[in-house]
Design a protein around this ligand. Structure first.
Ligand code: NAI
Length: 214
């Protein structure tokens, strides 16, 4: 199936569909109606149908969706049927936590290297990787055909490091530094701000009245 231009709003919902379908699959459920999926996911059935129509529907009238097929297909659309090689830049608290999180590998995201400019960290082992100096970064990216760099460095260093990355031919940056990066448009940047999610939580807590109602 050809991928037509899909809105970012739909793409943002696909990982959640993928996650729920993965759980249904693990539970041995073979098919599901949009209404049942709607009840589990708390998304309207019409939203689900509309989202899936972007990719040709997937469903059969009166039968619902085949969980296995839908899971595979959404995974394929997201690009999870391939492996992606990644490096981490910044081997501090966050960089090490991400490097130690094993579940990325299950989805085909493979950490190949971790870099830092602090000589005290060079050679330190984080799982199978040794922290390497930044001087080795460019060559490593090219030699290992790295697709994605994870930036877990302070914002003051993010601009210069992303400029260096742009020259290596990297395809994506998963940016945890609290700054918007300026990179050529062929490099995709996904910014992550955990505090945004926390602020949303606190807004929702504060918007409840004294009886706990919205
Ligand atoms: P950290 O201080 O433990 O680690 C930062 C590491 O980056 C250090 O090891 C340092 O040597 C290294 N570094 C600094 N400049 C570098 C450069 N030019 N090249 C290579 N390595 C360099 O800090 P932590 O807690 O790991 O946080 C990292 C960054 O991520 C911070 O800027 C923090 O504000 C941000 N952060 C963002 C979050 C988010 O949700 N976006 C959540 C938590 C932290």
């Amino acid at each position: 199936m050809e991928n037509k231009e899909i809105s970012q709003a739909v793409i943002a919902r696909l990982p959640r569909y993928f996650r729920y379908l993965g759980e249904l699959k693990d539970e041995g459920i073979e098919r599901i109606s949009s209404q049942e999926l709607s009840d589990i996911m708390k998304v309207t059935a019409s939203q689900i149908r509309q989202d899936f129509n972007n990719f040709g529907g997937f469903g059969q009238q009166g039968y619902g969706y085949k969980v296995d097929f839908l899971y595979e297909e959404i995974g394929r659309i997201l690009g999870l049927d391939r492996t992606h090689k990644m490096i981490i830049i910044g081997a501090g608290n966050l960089g090490q936590a991400l490097a130690n999180y094993m579940n990325f590998e299950r989805r085909g995201f493979l950490f190949k290297g971790i870099f830092d400019n602090n000589p005290e960290l060079w050679g330190r082992k984080i799982r199978a990787m040794e922290v390497k100096p930044m001087e080795e970064m460019e060559e490593f990216v090219k030699e290992n055909e790295i697709d994605i760099a994870v930036l877990t460095i302070p914002k003051a260093s993010a601009a210069s490091v992303s400029e260096r990355l742009a020259r290596t031919g990297i395809r994506g940056i998963w940016n945890f530094a609290h700054v918007d990066l300026c990179v050529p448009e062929e490099i995709q940047v996904e910014n992550v701000h955990l505090s945004d999610s926390l602020m949303k939580l606190i807004y929702n807590i504060n918007s409840l009245d004294d009886d706990g109602r919205k």
